[in-house]
Design a protein around this ligand. Structure first.
Ligand SMILES: NC(=O)C1=CN([C@@H]2O[C@H](COP(=O)(O)OP(=O)(O)OC[C@H]3O[C@@H](n4cnc5c(N)ncnc54)[C@H](OP(=O)(O)O)[C@@H]3O)[C@@H](O)[C@H]2O)C=CC1
Ligand SMILES: O=C(O)CCC(=O)C(=O)O
Length: 424
């Protein structure tokens, strides 16, 4: 298969371009051969599917879906499924590669994959979502498998969608196979701690970064962009550790309170308000763009890609950025961030708590046993802290940012595995 270079669209960010830029830098520092460079760069498999769905109106609409398997060298491929209007093949390719690097950074035995469907969950009924998820599962029946490719939630999907996927896959195979997907409801073999795991990893990474910068969490302030799964749990867990959250946001706008937002109240409001912060009164409504320039210790982008770009990077006043989202920073902003002396805990490290607990879920499914929440959290915290410390050491050794250090750790691990396995 020919590898198609990401197409830079004028004035538009391309996450695949950002991923490749950092990859190229790390590869150069590691002195990887040209052959290995191409092996690591080209995805193993890329599938596009058309999914016809009967809408509630009775009309049939065909949705375009993707699954990209970037690598399976460390184990079965792993990665979430995104339902969002902006989903496109370059985005899914970038997200799949990030999964490979992420699993390698936290040292769990998975390769990387990602899936997505271009659709707008906010405009779809539960029935339409169910038919779409079941259709997507059937279209990818030969791709998914507990030893092959194991999906999970991402933007626009959660436990409910993972339950439908598990049911559809199991029916097609004639037996119940919980380990084909993670992020399931507890009663279907989900793991305690998975829902909040990504936010928890963000919290652990933020505290580890604060320690290096000598910031006392009890005097620290933060803003969080995105108040879905990752953002709301990150905000809540940071608050529990003493950090005052001065602003939160979703698509309805940003909500600012310099005395600190009551995160429990904000979550309760969102849950009773059709998953939206629209109308939240515990804070002043400001524009989503203004959130980035609030002077705080920690900025947590937890919504989507390319929200920190050359356009707004100069206005950022935070001392640290902890990337809850995948690819929230365009590579074009990297140099300015470094010049400003802002510490960035990169996505492939900071948001790896989710896939870590997905791995625990898969292990529990395979051994037919359930771990306590205390055990899940303790192991997650250990893995996240060890990964942070390792990446930090590598950043000192190579005199590079934590982001490039994380790519170095990941690429070194994946390329060494290829060398040992051989067989090209
Ligand atoms: N879920 C997981 O376990 C993991 C997720 N991630 C990454 O974290 C990010 C968020 O995922 P997740 O929390 O699951 O997704 P959700 O769909 O649960 O939440 C996304 C949140 O971002 C908000 N949002 C979207 N666009 C904007 C915008 N332009 N400005 C402000 N807020 C916005 C949404 O608002 P609204 O609801 O109003 O649309 C929603 O609050 C993604 O990049 C994902 O890939 C990474 C690792 C694991
Ligand atoms: O939990 C998983 O398996 C994958 C989560 C994910 O998609 C991500 O980390 O970006």
């Amino acid at each position: 298969m020919a590898y198609i270079e990401p197409a830079p669209i004028k004035d538009k960010e391309n996450p695949l371009e950002s991923m490749m830029h950092r990859f190229d830098k790390a590869v150069e520092l590691l002195g990887i051969s040209d052959e290995m460079y191409h092996i690591l760069k080209v995805p193993r498999k890329q599938v596009t599917v058309g999914i016809p769905v009967t809408m509630d109106s009775g009309k049939i609409k065909v949705f375009e879906g993707y699954r990209v398997i970037h690598s399976t060298i460390l184990g079965p491929s792993k990665g979430g499924i995104r339902f969002d209007p902006d989903v496109n093949i370059d985005e899914v390719r970038a997200l799949a590669a990030w999964m490979t690097w992420k699993c390698a950074v936290v040292d769990i035995p998975y390769g990387g994959a990602k899936g997505g469907v271009a659709c707008n969950p906010r405009e779809m009924s539960a029935g339409e979502m169910e038919r779409l998820m079941r259709g997507y599962t059937m279209a990818l029946l030969d791709v998914f498998g507990p030893d092959q490719d194991i999906p999970a939630p991402d933007m626009g999907t959660g436990q409910r969608e993972m339950a439908w996927l598990m049911d559809e896959y199991s029916k097609a195979k004639g037996m119940t196979i919980p380990a084909v997907v993670t992020g399931k409801p507890l009663v279907l073999g989900g793991s305690l701690g998975r829902t909040e795991a990504t936010g928890r990893g963000v919290m652990v990474s933020a505290l580890a970064g604060m320690e290096k910068l000598r910031i006392n969490p009890y005097r620290a302030t933060a803003v969080v962009q995105g108040f879905g799964n990752v953002g709301s749990h990150a905000a809540s867990l940071l608050r529990e550790r003493g950090v005052s959250i001065h602003a939160i946001s979703d698509i309805s706008g940003a909500y600012f309170n310099d005395k600190g937002i009551d995160i429990t109240a904000a979550i309760a409001y969102r849950d009773q308000n059709n998953d939206s912060l629209d109308g939240f009164t515990g804070a002043e409504l400001i524009s989503g763009d203004d959130l980035f320039s609030i002077p705080v210790d920690v900025l947590v982008p937890a919504a989507k890609e390319d929200v920190i770009t050359r356009r707004n990077v100069e206005s950022i006043q935070a001392k640290m950025i902890v990337e809850g989202a995948n690819g929230p920073t365009s590579f074009k902003a990297d140099d300015i961030i470094n010049d400003k002396g802002i510490m960035v805990v990169p996505d492939i490290l900071a948001n790896a708590g989710g896939v870590t607990v997905s791995y625990f879920e898969w292990v529990q499914n395979r051994i037919g046993y359930k771990w306590t929440l205390e055990r899940v959290n303790r192991r997650t915290d250990r893995i996240m802290k060890d990964a942070f410390d390792h990446v930090y050491e590598v950043s000192l050794k190579y005199k590079v940012s934590l982001r490039i250090a994380a790519y170095i750790v990941a690429i070194d691990k994946v390329s060494s595995t290829y060398k040992f396995r051989g067989g090209f």
